[in-house]
Design a protein around this ligand. Sequence first.
Ligand SMILES: C[S@@+](CC[C@H](N)C(=O)[O-])C[C@H]1O[C@@H](n2cnc3c(N)ncnc32)[C@H](O)[C@@H]1O
Length: 255
Amino acid sequence: MPEAWNPEQYLRFKTEREQPFWDLLALVRKKPGMRVCDLGCGTGALTAELHRELSARETIGVDSSAAMLSKAPQTPGLRFIEARIEDFDLGQFDLVFSNAALHWIPDHGILLERLTAALAPGGQLAFQIPSNDAHPSHETAFEVASEHHFKRHLSGPVHRAKVAEPSQYAGWLYHFGYGEQQVRLQVYLHLLPSREDVIEWVKGALLTPYREQLPEPVWKEFLERYRALLLSRLPDERPFPYPYPRILAWGMLPG
Ligand SMILES: C[S@@+](CC[C@H](N)C(=O)[O-])C[C@H]1O[C@@H](n2cnc3c(N)ncnc32)[C@H](O)[C@@H]1O
């Protein structure tokens, strides 16, 4: 099975992908000596920023991709663990943070309850998840993956985990005991050189489960089919405006 996460492909749009991280971090209340966990930390470059910005006592980055973690920086107090978020025994933290990763995991109500159990009194949960499934870039991927020729190679759900409405996250945070919270939907408008670059964007993240599961020749057919369908659905504008809605959520438990 190929390693689908490719740091070079993911980082082709580094600046655009990093901005939500900084917006999420701005929601976090800095406290002395924090113990921090960064779920789905990717290359760990932003985990190091998180660690530094919070002057944390200890920060653990968790990711299931060996290729992404191979780029992880070495800094005192910073540690990386290769594991699936679903299987990782969380321990206790002052902050559980996750930028653009939890949307790969199903059942967000159950997931958030589990993450809450990993927080110390006064602990904070902060996460950002893309909410762009209605854009042709995503709808076309789900549609092509549902075609028999591709679907027969794909185990499990063809769609990614369902991202809930922002108000649902606010409800979950309230019911799991967060005395303070902020949840918002923010649309990031990315100006890509052309509509072709939307394909390069989704190759860095959304398409990774298909890349992982499809045999190489079928993956190439998938990409060709996706490209033809998607380009017929997008106007030929240069630069190409690619709106990207994301949910940013933060909550703090009583101390
Ligand atoms: C879009 S990248 C975000 C990386 C990083 N948080 C950042 O902001 O640069 C998503 C990351 O989530 C990881 N990931 C996806 N599903 C995961 C899972 N179930 N458990 C652990 N990591 C996962 C991928 O390997 C990938 O590195």
